[in-house]
Design a binder for this molecule. Structure first.
Ligand code: ADP
Length: 328
């Protein structure tokens, strides 16, 4: 059976981008067709300035939201990264295979480091090495597929390179995984700045729709989305990024494609209204289930405990053999 691994970072509240780009597919498709693991990657949340209590709260909230989205612990494994030591153990070995040059070429590193410096802050070494930890997350499980949004393509490419390099130097140890992306909404853009992606760690602005926003807040954010000069509703990411973003969100909600959809709209206003309603409806069951799960924290606790035990068992033999192969 195919092995699937993917994760989400507890650096903020989960967004519509996380849901359409990744989580929805994990629940609707991936957990049914493979042996799948979904991880709250809390070690990655330490790569930037953070509040310890907030990281813990957000990890729990992310786990609750994954379950509310339909991940079923009878079908897949849901766990927290720091509960399984194998991730950090393997990360160090992979640091001995990666080069500093390839780390410095990572686009996300360049962008986040520049932002950190602009704020007058210092850049943590872990921000540079975090793609190696991500490679360890994936390779520890013999992963075949990594379902992610577009923004993670470069990191999965690096993971493939490290797996191949390790195997060539030290003998076959890791499967070489590939990234998969949703057909529509693989990169949901910020509603106020449709040239940059909707990210959960951005300042909680009106451009980001959070899964736990109240329906009226979601409606307001979408109705106020920046559109483009011009009147006609066309899907063109370069020339009309704002309208294209709305078309993609609506298409993803309705299971259709943005080109077909563009023909049915004469005005931006009508498109925004339908998009707002479609998003609110799509997320309604998730919000209700989230409320129920919050009333039963020991259930979520139990899922994470069992998930970590299962994940540990799956990862340990492969990480142990990587230690032997590299000469320890
Ligand atoms: P974030 O950038 O919100 O911190 P994470 O690194 O936690 O996201 O990513 C969790 C998953 O959500 C990844 O598969 C990532 O590719 C996907 N994702 C994040 N933002 C978006 C977006 N704006 N559009 C589509 N997918 C996204």
């Amino acid at each position: 059976m195919k092995r699937i691994f993917s994760g989400v970072k507890p650096t903020g509240h989960l967004t519509l981008g996380n849901y359409l780009g990744a989580v929805r597919r994990w629940a609707d498709v991936d957990q049914h067709r493979a042996d799948a693991l979904f991880c709250i990657v809390d070690l990655h949340a330490l790569t930037v300035d953070h509040d310890p209590g907030r990281v813990r709260r957000l990890s729990r909230q992310a786990a609750t939201l994954l379950l509310a989205s339909g991940l079923d612990p009878r079908l897949c494994t849901v766990f927290v990264q720091s509960h399984v030591d194998e991730h950090a153990r393997l990360s160090y070995l992979l640091e001995c295979v990666a080069t500093d040059g390839e780390m410095r070429r990572m686009i996300q590193y360049k962008e986040k480091a520049a932002r950190e410096r602009e704020r007058g802050g210092s850049v943590r070494l872990s921000l540079l090495t975090y793609p190696v930890l991500m490679a360890a997350d994936i390779l520890a499980y013999g992963t075949d597929e990594v379902p992610v949004g577009d923004d993670q393509t470069q990191h999965v490419e690096l993971t493939r390179d490290l797996a191949v390099r390790f195997n060539q130097r030290y003998g076959h140890t890791f499967a070489v995984p590939r990234a998969t992306h949703p057909e529509v909404a693989a990169r949901v853009m910020n509603l106020q700045d449709p040239t940059s992606k909707m990210g959960k760690s951005d300042d909680a602005g009106p451009g980001v729709v959070y899964l736990l926003d109240e329906p009226d807040v979601m409606r307001k954010k979408i109705m106020r989305a920046v559109t483009d000069s011009g009147q006609d509703v066309v899907h063109d990411r370069e020339e009309r990024p704002g309208v294209s973003n709305l078309l993609e969100i609506l298409a993803a909600c309705e299971g259709t494609d943005p080109q077909t959809l563009s023909g049915s709209y004469q005005s931006y206003g009508a498109l925004k209204k339908d998009t707002a309603e479609a998003v609110v409806e799509l997320l309604r069951p998730l919000r209700e289930r989230h409320r129920e799960l919050c009333a039963d924290p020991s259930y979520v606790e139990g899922v994470l405990r069992d998930g970590a035990a299962r994940a540990r068992e799956m990862a340990r033999p492969r990480v142990d053999s990587a230690y032997r192969a590299i000469g320890l």
